[in-house]
Design a protein around this ligand. Structure first.
Ligand SMILES: C[S@@+](CC[C@H](N)C(=O)[O-])C[C@H]1O[C@@H](n2cnc3c(N)ncnc32)[C@H](O)[C@@H]1O
Length: 248
């Protein structure tokens, strides 16, 4: 079988699997579910999701969150809910029906109250669909955080723009867009620790300089290109982590 035929049949399989998964979700009234590419994209296996994590960074985040002695931490798009056992009083939800998530719902459907959470974790879950949807999602999650609360964020700043084989060209996070959200929502960066991942070092350096980071330590780590199991696509990009504080 030729490569293109194999890719085509894998894609057809993923699409029918995605439709099957969709049929098990009770409330699909959200633009997330109208986009079969998003649903296909987030049929992640536990091992793949685990491998992409940078545990050095994440352990620091756990310490920072637990030091708040939080009454509620919300993990937005928690996937396999890896953070559940590590962070006090964490509730993880995901649009997809991951068996270990506490709830299956989207950001816009989630039942949290305003100013109820000491912190949010949103690891690679805020870069979906279009700008309008994203802004609505950002507004919602920010509303859940108490004043002075933290938002622990991760994204792939390359987005989909440079991943030709990637199934979702709508993912277009960039350092500029992250900076834009910071201004728009009046959020503060917590500069130390701020961790990067390399995909475009020029941008990240410029960005870091702008927000006052002078240490080169954050550039040390290298990402190994890998192909996710199941023939997804080669990941050339790395993740960037940052922390925002919601002002009083
Ligand atoms: C790249 S995965 C990361 C999963 C997990 N945060 C982790 O670090 O392993 C992004 C997750 O966000 C979820 N997600 C994306 N948009 C969402 C939305 N609007 N509401 C709820 N979950 C969403 C996806 O279903 C997916 O499981």
């Amino acid at each position: 079988m030729k490569h293109s035929q194999r890719t085509h049949s894998l894609d057809a399989w993923r699409e029918s699997h995605a439709k099957e998964v969709l049929s098990t979700i009770s409330n699909t009234d959200d633009p997330f579910y109208n986009d079969i590419n998003l649903v296909k994209r987030y049929l992640h296996e536990e091992k793949d999701s685990y491998n992409i994590r940078n545990h050095d960074i994440i352990n620091v985040i756990y310490d920072r969150l637990n030091a708040l002695n939080p009454e509620l931490v919300i993990d937005v798009g928690c996937g396999h809910n890896f953070n559940k056992e590590k962070v006090q009083n964490l509730i993880g939800f995901d649009a997809m029906p991951y068996p270990k998530a506490d709830m299956c719902c989207t950001i816009l459907q989630a039942p949290f109250e305003e100013n109820s959470a000491d912190a949010i974790i949103a690891f690679s879950s805020m870069q979906m669909l279009n700008e309008e949807y994203r802004l609505e999602c950002y507004e919602r999650i920010i509303s859940w955080v108490k004043p002075n609360g933290l938002m622990e964020m991760r994204t792939n700043p390359l987005g989909g723009s440079n991943i030709s084989g990637g199934p979702n060209p709508q993912l277009r996070d960039s350092m500029e867009s992250i900076n834009g959200y910071t201004d728009r929502f009046n959020l503060e960066y917590i500069v130390e620790p701020f961790y990067d991942s390399l995909c475009d070092i020029t941008d990240i350096r410029a960005f870091s300089k702008k927000i006052g980071i002078t240490s080169d330590d954050i550039f040390k780590e290298r990402f190994k290109s890998r192909v996710a199991k199941g023939g997804l696509w080669a990941r050339h990009a790395r993740q960037i982590y940052w922390t925002w504080r919601k002002p009083f």
